[in-house]
Every structure is written in C-alpha cells, then in structure tokens.
Design a protein around this ligand. Sequence first.
Ligand code: F0G
Length: 458
Amino acid sequence: MNLPFAENYRIKMVEPIYRSTREERERWIAEAGYNVFNLRSDQVYIDLLTDSGTGAMSDQQWAALMTGDESYAGSSSYYYLKEKVTELFGFDYFLPVHQGRAAENVLFSVLLKEGDVVPGNAHFDTTKGHIEFRKAQAIDCTIDEASDTESQHPFKGNIDLNKLRNVLETYPNEQVPLIIVTVTCNSVGGQPVSMENLRQVKQLASHYDVPVVFDSARFAENAWFIQQREHGYEHKTIREIVREMYTHADGMTMSSKKDGLVNIGGFLAMRSSSWFEKATMFNILYEGFITYGGMAGRDMNALAVGLEEVTDRDYLESRIRQVHYLGNKLTEAGIPVQQPLGGHAVFVDAGRFLPHVPKEEFVAQMLTVELYLEAGVRGVEVGALLADRDPITRENRYPAVEFLRLALPRRTYTNNHLDVVVAALKNIYERRTEIKHGFEIVHEAPVMRHFTMRLKPI
Ligand code: F0G
C-alpha cells in the first residue's frame, strides 16, 4: 500500500476559534448589511474569505523577524530580499512595497495614461480598479473554456492568442503600454497558465513591441501546475520552472500576502533601468524609500525566507492537495465547482447551484450568506457584486460565471475544518430549492464597492 502524503510541517502554536450559534449569526450578518467583509473576525468560525495575508508563518520566518534590520536606508534585510528576488525571478531591479495593489499603483503611475488599454487574463479587481481609476480599460483575453466550469482544460488561466492579437491589431502601440498575465489566474478559479502560453504571449507581444508583466501573487502554485500538467516539466524543479516562466516577462508585480507566505508586503521587479528610475520616484512618493518601500526590515526578512519555502515541492504538494481535498469532496457530493480544481481556492458555481435565482438578485452572494448562516464559514462572492458597474454606463456588469470562492489560508486549517465546510454545503444543496430570495444594494462606493457595500434581502 502506498503511504498517504501528509503535511510537510507540524503545528507549534495554536489560535482558538469560536463556534457560534445560528441565532447569533442571523443577528451578526443582518448588522453587517449582508456583506461578509463587515463581519468581525470573531463572528467567523472557519474563515475562507481569502488566502491573502492569512497564512501561518514557519518557525524559520519568525526567527528571521528577530534579525530584521530597521535602518531607514541601506537595510541588510532589503539586500537579503533583493538577492532572493533576483535569484528566483532573474530581475535586476527591485522595489519593495506594502502590498500587491501598491505595486500596481507604482507601476501604472509609470506606464499608464488615460485612454490606454491593458489586455490580460481576467485582471484581478484591484488591478482593474487601478486601470479604470486612470480612465484606461482592462480587456479580458482569457480563453473561453475558463467560463465553462465543466471543461477539464488543464490551463484555464491561458490567454487566447487570437483575442490578444485582435487587441494589438485594433489599438495603436502607444495605447497599449503593457499586457498583464496573472499567474495563477485568481478570478477564474486559481487556474494556471501554461509555460507554452507564457512563451507564445511574449512572442506575440514582442512582435508588437508591447511589454509583458506578470501579476505574480500565486506564482509558485502556477509553477506546481506546470510541473504536474505540462509535458516536459515533470522532472524540472519548481525553482527551474519559476526561472523559466519569468524569462517570458519584462517585469512583475507581487502581493507577498499569498505566495510570499507573509501577512503583509509586496514588491515590483523588472528588467528595464528606465522603468526602475521612474518607478523609484513614485515608490518614494507613495510607499517609502527604495530600501524599505512600506515594509519593516523584519518583514522583508520573513518574506525572503517565505519565498524560499513556497518554492519547495513538498510544501506545494501539501498546499494544493488540501485545496483538492475540499474540491473533491464537494464534487463527489454533486456540488458544481470550477473544474479542474485550482491552486488557492475552490470556486463553487453558484449559478448552477441555485439555477432558479435570477443573476440580478446576486446569486453568489446568496450562497455566501447561506454558508455563513449554516456553519459560520466565511467565503466570498466572486460575481456581479465584485464585477462592479461599468465605469461609463454605470450598469451592473454580470460575469459569465457567478462564483462563491472558498479560499484556503496557507498552513492554517486542518482537513477536519474542511469537512465542516463540506457538510454545510451539502445541507444547503439538499434544500437549495427552498432558497428563493436574493439581495438588493442599499449602499455602495463608486469604486470596488464589494468591500464596503450594504445589502438587504428582497
Ligand atoms: N493580484 C492578484 C491576482 C490578487 O489576487 C490580489 C489580491 C492582488 C493582485 C492585490 O494584492 O491584496 O496585496 O493588494 N487578492 C486578494 C484575494 C485580496 O482575496 O484574492 P494585495
């Protein structure tokens, strides 16, 4: 008998969590305006809101915190991190920032102007927010299979080269300052991009003289899928795959809160000295001096160790196996989820779960609230609320699929916790036809409304 694969760590410190009653949760979610972002964390039993900044650090990372160098300029922690970034990704120029969207803000301040277009694969909401805030446009060129949750395409994060070519043909070069490839692609289900696709995108981009930047929040999970699913990579190490991936990019933005294995932080790295020179100015203006950029020295140390740990094959295997443990149990129960399972989360297809509910009533939010009421489990809507309004027409945008995302913090929950999630969703699935009434919006902000909006049941 083959021995099962278990976690590549054991637990040294624990944090108690509280299992509330349904009556408490009914009161709390109403007080929160039916928006799970407005809940207090102690009102949540199992928190799958996000895998961002919510993971557990290793003892080696905690040890590295103690030796952080807090010098304003020239910190040794900065050099330690810079060397790690250059070694892993091959970029000579590097700027620390306080998180992923800060990297977007600095880079787009250099590259973007009003009227520009930025093609990519389902840009993340902050990325799109920063583009639209500058009165530019994000154009989604993801392959069509990504929005068919039953398709078993192994790389649903891929860019459709015909769609990309069409954008590059339609708009003059001055209007397309960059292409953004998100690895893995969060918005369509933590779906990977193949090495072949990365290579082809870069080739096409070079032909039109447009630079390519990778949104790298989950770069290591992407490399793991390439190793598992792409011919010719099964014997390469994760670090070799990462290095090869980034030969097809001119730069990267990074939210270290995911595959940096830390609670806060980010960075920007690039090949061009002229980008770096301009970005330096904005970094100093928005983030901090170039050798800390909004991060404490100790946090840069912990991130350098995190980047080493996240590119370890055994770490990635236990990480992604846990996500698949949850996804497989839901699939066995007949619950529709994005297939094949992705890297950081299981994406439940709320439209297929509650087919009798019109999308105008925010079907994925209904399922999100139901799950919270059932078991105190907090997922998040990745549907029409997140998709926000069209910046010009102000009409609601309805995405091709309405998802409830169950994101797994790294090294945090056990499979017993996930069994609670599975049981709760099974209970809801059994009584799904009784779930009828959706939500209407009573308050929303002009940009990125989902974080602060308030709803009421119809
Ligand atoms: N890019 C991707 C692909 C992301 O998933 C995120 C954040 C960001 C950029 C922005 O990074 O949060 O550090 O500013 N995603 C989180 C999530 C919030 O829940 O998926 P940030």
